[in-house]
Each structure stands twice: as structure tokens, then as C-alpha cells.
Write a protein that binds this ligand. Sequence first.
Ligand SMILES: CC(C)(COP(=O)(O)OP(=O)(O)OC[C@H]1O[C@@H](n2cnc3c(N)ncnc32)[C@H](O)[C@@H]1OP(=O)(O)O)[C@@H](O)C(=O)NCCC(=O)NCCS
Length: 182
Amino acid sequence: MNVPTDRPEKSSAARASVRKASSRARAEAQRSEGFSMRSARGSDIPQIIALDEQVTGLAKAEYWQSLFERYSRPAAPEHFFLVAAAPDGAADKVLGFILGEIRAWEFGSAPCGWVIALSVRPDTRLRGLGRALLDEIAGRFTAAGVAKMRTMVARDNRLLLLFFRAGGLVSGPYFELEKELG
Ligand SMILES: CC(C)(COP(=O)(O)OP(=O)(O)OC[C@H]1O[C@@H](n2cnc3c(N)ncnc32)[C@H](O)[C@@H]1OP(=O)(O)O)[C@@H](O)C(=O)NCCC(=O)NCCS
């Protein structure tokens, strides 16, 4: 069966107005759910390190600190480090985070948005936060001009596979190859 892959053309003004409307609607829905979506701040990093350690069982403080430094540089607009946060006294409580970047012409593939990491606090799951983070980064990728989003998931990570599939991602045209060195 031939599945058409080309999207219908829209004028850039029409695309901008769709993006604006949907990001307004998203922000409104998030406010009513008691959280907001924003770029990560330095003060979020200890919570992000703790959440990642809770989820993966590995503490990687230096890794997250260096990612934050690389991803939050104004000179790196193709990098996105976003958090869903709820007000909690003087500081925000990080409910979840997503990290992504636009990569261009990897192995001949046209520029696309890669989701590199994603986590939602175990006590706030199944309330739409993961989906809100995915929609937000998809909106940022679209606004930056790319029309495709990719990620990589361990074959035995059923939860992430179900999550991304529910978000509309399907198998792509590449597969990973690897070799033990040394
Ligand atoms: C995957 C994850 C981000 C989902 O976050 P979440 O806020 O619970 O997800 P949502 O509530 O937005 O769910 C969106 C959809 O994903 C699917 N989904 C999410 N959790 C699921 C589960 N436990 N079982 C089956 N489907 C699930 C559902 O289709 C759901 O839609 P529905 O509620 O309408 O059925 C979260 O479980 C998580 O952080 N897991 C750990 C991820 C990880 O391993 N990170 C480290 C490596 S980067």
C-alpha cells in the first residue's frame, strides 16, 4: 500500500496562526492543571538530577549540569531543555522534564527534532504531563521549521514504547548498529 507522506502545503502565516492558537490553548490547559511549561533553570537542576536518579537508578550530576550549560546557551537555539513545573513556596517543583535538539543532515537525513530524554515524577504520572511535555517540544520543533520528530527507545522499555506510540511516533526508516570496542 502506498501511504502518502507529503503534508498539504500551508502558507507560513497560516502555519504561524495554527501554532499560536495551539500553544495558547496548551498554556491555558496547563494553567488549569496547576503547572506551567518553561525552559529549565539552574535552580531546577538538583531536582532533575534527583528525578533521573529515581527513574534510572544512576546519579549523573555532572552530566545534567553540563547538559544544562550546553542546552541553555542563547547561542544554541536548536537545543530545548524544558520542564513542567508547579509553584511550591519560594521555588518551583519540577514535575517532569524533556530534552531535545534539532540535528541536521545526520547520515543524509533532513533536519529533524530529536527527543533525547524525558521523565515525569512517578507520583504525578498518568495525568497527561508526559504528553504535555512531548506536545510542547513538538511545538518548539515545528516553530523552528522542522517537520519530523525522532527518538530512540530501548526495545524492552515497554512503557516508553507505549508512551511514544500513543504520541503518534512510529518505526522510522533507520536502525541502530553497534559494536563492542576494546
Ligand atoms: C513515559 C512517561 C514520560 C509518561 O509520562 P505520563 O505523564 O505518565 O504520561 P501521560 O499521562 O501523558 O500519558 C500519555 C499516554 O502514554 C501512554 N502511557 C503512559 N503511561 C502508560 C502506562 N503506564 N501504561 C500504558 N500506557 C501508558 C498512554 O497511552 C497515555 O495516554 P492515555 O492516558 O490517554 O491512555 C513516564 O512514565 C516516565 O517518565 N517514565 C520513565 C521514563 C524514563 O525511563 N526516562 C529515563 C530515560 S530518558
